[in-house]
Design a protein around this ligand. Structure first.
Ligand code: KIV
Length: 257
């Protein structure tokens, strides 16, 4: 452990003072690296599905898979707050949301995230009432990507802008400790950031959120074939990794008589 442990409160206290850095981890070694770098918020995202499990999208990820990977991350005991995603269709009712959230907490999560605003408000209220810290997620919602028109930027028209503002306020009032804003137009993301008391954590939503979150493999350039537009890795570590593996393999071949 690098420093004092983060809590939802220490994350919230950064609003207006210090930008919040959040990254994903799905296993023990990555959680250790994020801890060594002092990352205050560690998300066991359901991007797990594409990044680690080879699924086409997040809708294939199960609660058991999320619990398995959350436990691996929690075993690293990072000082960053460990938040786990409630996977697709694991929070259809308030009762199911609480049962699923408790399962992730039993695996080691210190908070849970779910996608949606007013549409899942009873679920959010039930999770918060059960004493489980809740992180919202608005904008482009990967779990709805099949019905929701793909990975498109949100907030471009008045209707979307108003819905995002209303959803953000509703999540704040329901007791969420923060909101991830994914692919929201920078102007609307900035407006939400000014409107709500809780921190906004953007991904592809401009520079004016209270923090930024990335899928760690995108930051490091180790995703096998896809780099999203909002990130420019300093180096494609995957090329270096392949080079090291090839170097080792070629060295073996040379030693053979
Ligand atoms: O699943 C995930 O990694 C996420 C982040 C992209 C915010 O939800």
């Amino acid at each position: 452990m690098s420093e004092a442990r983060e809590t939802p409160q220490t994350i919230q206290q950064r609003k207006g003072c210090e930008s919040i850095a959040a990254l994903t981890a799905y296993d023990f070694p990555m959680a250790k690296l994020l801890d060594a770098a002092g990352v205050p918020l560690v998300l066991v995202g359901d991007s797990l599905g594409m990044v680690v499990l080879g699924y086409p999208d997040t809708t294939h990820v199960t609660l058991d898979e999320m619990a398995h990977h959350t436990a691996a991350v929690a075993r690293a005991m990072p000082s960053g707050l460990v938040v786990a995603d409630l996977p697709y269709q694991s929070y259809e009712t308030p009762e199911e949301a609480v049962t699923s959230a408790k399962c992730l907490v039993a695996a080691g999560a210190e908070g849970v995230k779910a996608e949606g605003g007013q549409a899942i408000l009873p679920q959010v209220e039930a999770i918060v009432a059960a004493g489980i810290p809740f992180l919202g997620h608005l904008g482009m919602l990967p779990q709805s990507v099949v019905d929701g028109g793909g990975y498109r930027i949100k907030g471009r028209d008045d209707e979307q802008r108003e819905a995002l503002l209303a959803d953000s306020q509703a999540l704040g009032q329901a007791g969420a400790f923060g909101i991830v804003l994914e692919l929201v137009t920078p102007t609307v993301a900035a407006e939400i950031t000014r409107l709500v008391d809780i921190p906004t954590i953007g991904i592809g939503s401009g520079d004016d959120c209270d923090g930024q979150i990335l899928v760690t493999t995108d930051l490091l350039g180790t995703s096998p074939d896809f780099i999203p537009r909002h990130i420019r890795p300093e180096e494609l570590l995957r090329d270096r990794m392949v080079g090291m593996i090839r170097g080792w393999k070629n060295g073996l071949a040379k030693r053979k008589p």
